[in-house]
Ligand binder design. Sequence first.
Ligand code: GDP
Length: 409
Amino acid sequence: MHLLLWSEMAECTVAPVAMEDSDREADSASDEQDSVPASPEPRANEVEKDQDKEYVGFATLPNQVHRKSVKKGFDFTLMVAGESGLGKSTLVNSLFLTDLYKDRKLLNAEERITQTVEITKHTVDIEEKGVKLKLTIVDTPGFGDAVNNTECWKSVADYIDQQFEQYFRDESGLNRKNIQDNRVHCCLYFISPFGHGLRPLDVEFMKALHEKVNIVPVLAKADTLTPTEVKRKKIKIREEIEQYGIKIYQFPDCDSDEDEDFKQQDQELKDCIPFAVIGSNTVVEAKGKRVRGRLYPWGIVEVENPAHCDFVKLRNMLVRTHMQDLKDVTRETHYENYRAHCIQSMTRMVVKERNRKYALLIPPAEAALAHFITLESHITSTSVFGLMSQTTSLPLHCTDLPANCTAQR
Ligand code: GDP
């Protein structure tokens, strides 16, 4: 058997191609001779070649980013909070067309008397047109259910802090690849349609969490109200949000060069707050079409009909227009605040620890001087993590945090 050497293989394969190239060159040269235009104007492909010389190629950067992020996939964590029975699970299922609550166990009245707030997490991988989304829904069963609901927002706040803490640890660790980001990007807060505006528990919850998470208030079960009642309730709730100094998620302002249609849509979205929503897991027939809705003796309420409720506006906002902004605000504002507070409180603890050690070793006058020197040198020249490594068992919980260190949007 004759084995081809690399040089022979190269001859076999490259030679014909080279011949073709030279043929093509000769052809094009003769073409050029045959059809040289009389005018000295450059031909179109020459103009293109000249343009190519000036084209560096960074205009393709958005495509590169797009390709990379599609490959990596996206994640989003949505929290739903509010009294049980307000339609949270029904709405989540309607929003993402999934059944996330298959194994849910509902408690009876007796069990709920002493119930504490639980935090449950459901994750689903959804794919649409090749784009993958890992969606995590964090639910808060038991919130507002007990007889005494004092501070029942606390476990929700602790959960959000724990996710920040985990991320902070991972980000400061040695292996920063593949960090699992469980930070909560948005909290849909369900307001009862039966009260007169906000209840004390609603105010307490939103005030306790507005610095930690993007709160989007929703008016639950809007089909139980007439359009006029919905309008009045929305105005009242917006006034109360303002009055109590609650900072809900703010939609970013439109750029001045956006077209009028876009600006109008944006304004409509802002005027919608709180979104009046209706949820349903059943498909009914309305005007010959099968739609997601609620069938009553007097008619059908369609979940996706903008004349009936703000469900579509809420879904578009969450998924199509503001998902990335919700993630950006979480990272740039809420997480930054947590991180800054943590670093401050850790620095304080380390300095205190150092001073305690010095005080044990040296007499009082020198200790006072050493205190001053260590304080200054630590704050100005040593990194917090350098300090952390010298005092090994520091807890990362930032409970005694100063209030003057908050990142603003
Ligand atoms: P959750 O405890 O907040 O998760 O509430 P569920 O989603 O389990 O809903 C409680 C009850 O309210 C169920 O009987 C639902 O069918 C009903 N429900 C859910 N959404 C709506 C709605 O938009 N309007 C009305 N009228 N009822 C709803």
